[in-house]
Design a protein around this ligand. Structure first.
Ligand code: BG6
Ligand code: MG
Length: 221
């Protein structure tokens, strides 16, 4: 029985995954190498500092801690330039109706994001009040695929992990939700997220019952 939904933020609620990519790519380019959209799949759901480590690996760079902190700040400043322009137009298709449907059924709603900009993002797009519990990168100590963020979400809502369903656009986020023992829906493609219980391309036209039907039909372990 589903009693709670836990949503990732970037790439699930809002179309910010592209802005993270643009800012990281700008940083990589400033260091003299390029960084493809394919490489970017590995960064989705990963904390800021761990993303930087992955990028520096791709570029074959070894830098000291102080420089790394400066680079992470620079990337975030570029990212915030996009975020500060954001409006509710960047909420992904079908999300508002879906959140409404979940709430109407008396099912709880939490956020489970790696981002330290999560509260600011939800405020910008006017969705902050929809979330009873917000677990973000300011509260977690371990990055996805570690299940910590989702376990904390379930705990905050007071719901057992097996009664939660997670929505994720990142391969590592799907793995995190599966290790938390939760139903897991990938938002994206089978190629990237085939390990989820089910994959949808967007929330458009779907309610919670439709999603549960898809999950049950796929009958994955
Ligand atoms: C995740 C994004 O939600 O948050 C990652 O998928 C991002 O791309 C991570 O690096 C951390 O975000 P922030 O806003 O704290 O730099
Ligand atoms: Mg995401």
């Amino acid at each position: 029985m589903i009693q709670a939904t836990i949503f990732d933020l970037d790439g699930v609620i809002v179309d910010t995954a592209k802005y993270h990519y643009l800012a990281w790519r700008k940083l990589a380019n400033s260091l003299g190498f390029d960084f493809s959209e394919e490489d970017n799949e590995q960064l989705k759901g990963v904390s800021r500092m761990q993303s930087l480590e992955l990028i520096l690996d791709i570029g074959g760079k070894t830098l000291d801690e102080a420089i790394k902190q400066q680079l992470a700040t620079k990337k975030n400043d570029w990212y915030l330039e996009h975020l500060n322009q954001m409006t509710s137009d960047e909420i992904l298709p079908g999300v508002v109706d879906f959140l409404e449907d979940v709430a109407q059924q008396g099912v709880k709603i939490a956020l489970g994001s790696a981002s330290k900009n999560a509260v600011k993002t939800l405020e910008k797009v006017g969705l902050i009040d929809r979330f009873e519990v917000i677990i973000d990168g300011t509260k977690t100590t371990r990055s996805k695929p570690d299940p910590q963020v989702f376990q904390m979400g379930a705990e905050g809502l007071g719901v057992a992990t097996e009664n939660c369903i997670v929505f994720e656009d990142a391969a590592k986020g799907v793995s995190a939700a599966l290790s938390a023992g939760m139903y897991t829906v990938g938002i994206g493609t089978e190629a990237d997220l085939g390990h989820a219980h089910t994959v949808i391309s967007s929330f458009e036209g779907l309610g919670l019952k439709d999603i549960m039907t898809l999950v049950e039909k796929n009958n994955k372990p």
